[in-house]
Design a binder for this molecule. Structure first.
Ligand code: NAP
Length: 258
């Protein structure tokens, strides 16, 4: 599968877990023109120390940008900042990775957990796509090549089988995360509808499941290390064409049923 050669890349939730590993792998293999906007909600806080260290190691490749997916004004502000750094260039690859998980069932899920999961996992990515759309359109136009790819312009939504109508029932008993599952199902629909809207601009949009991975969200029992999951996701991202537009794949490239 092809490598990701997108010039300008933005990743949300980049200070830990899969987002941080993605920034790490992108920056280690960066080609000279590549730039990564690693966004997180608290760039100066203790939870962003590892990202700050990584940015120090690759100062010409990584720029840390504040972006809180729960806060529309922070999303707008981040887009303004990234826009001024992009100058005349567009944004080639937007990775909606930030998410939260709340456990709960019909009887135990709180209204607050439902709202918080919906805010971070659905409304946040929706506003992020909206605010960054002009830069994605600019990249798509500038490419001058027909078709779709992540090197041209793409939105990759990091989703989960927990948001799949067909897959979640069989894992629900040992992963009782109703607020998360419902929000990620909404995120999947957002992916499908965004892909409809982005088609005319030839901006690729799809959902990607990283596997079950050892992170704060995935827990210690997960079989996959972030390194392996991200290596797989980057291989898949690098190989995408218009054939996968509006689709749902996992980190090995297998189709996930909605
Ligand atoms: N790990 C798995 O097994 C697994 C499986 C399927 C899907 N996924 C998906 O993979 C993605 C990454 O998950 P992960 O395992 O890396 O989780 P994680 O280790 O818990 O990291 C989550 C990231 O999202 C950020 N985040 C949370 N709320 C945010 C907000 N309001 N604004 C901006 N950033 C926010 C966190 O930042 P803070 O440090 O500020 O909280 C953190 O950087 C998620 O979309 C998740 O649904 C993971």
């Amino acid at each position: 599968m092809a490598a990701v050669k997108a010039c300008n890349i933005l990743i949300t939730g980049a200070n830990r877990g899969l987002g941080l590993e993605m920034v790490k792998q992108f920056s280690e293999n960066a080609c000279p023109k590549q730039h990564i906007f690693a966004t997180c909600r608290d760039p100066d806080g203790p939870k962003s120390e590892a990202l700050r260290q990584l940015a120090k190691k690759h100062p010409s490749v990584i720029t840390i940008i504040r972006l809180d997916a729960d806060d529309p004004s922070s999303i707008k502000e981040s887009a303004k900042n990234v826009g001024s750094l992009l100058g005349n260039n567009g944004l080639n690859l937007l990775v909606n990775n930030a998410a939260i998980v709340a456990r709960g069932t019909i009887l135990t899920s709180s209204i607050e957990d439902m709202k918080n999961n919906f805010n971070t996992n659905v409304i946040g990515p929706l506003l992020i796509i909206r605010e960054y759309l002009p830069y994605l359109q600019k990249a798509a136009k500038a490419s001058g090549t027909p078709g779709m790819s992540c090197n041209k312009a793409a939105v990759i939504n990091i989703s989960t089988v927990a948001g799949s109508m067909t897959r979640m029932p069989s894992i629900y008993s040992f992963f009782p995360t109703l607020p998360y599952g419902v929000s990620k199902a909404g995120f999947n629909m957002l992916t499908v509808l965004a892909s409809e809207e982005l088609k005319a601009d030839e901006i690729l949009c799809m959902a990607l499941h990283p596997g079950w991975v050892k992170t704060e969200l995935g827990g210690d029992e997960a079989p996959l290390e972030p390194k392996e999951s991200v290596e797989g996701m980057l291989r898949v991202i690098g190989s995408l064409t218009e054939k996968q537009h509006g689709g749902f794949l996992d980190y090995t490239g297998e189709t996930v049923t909605w």
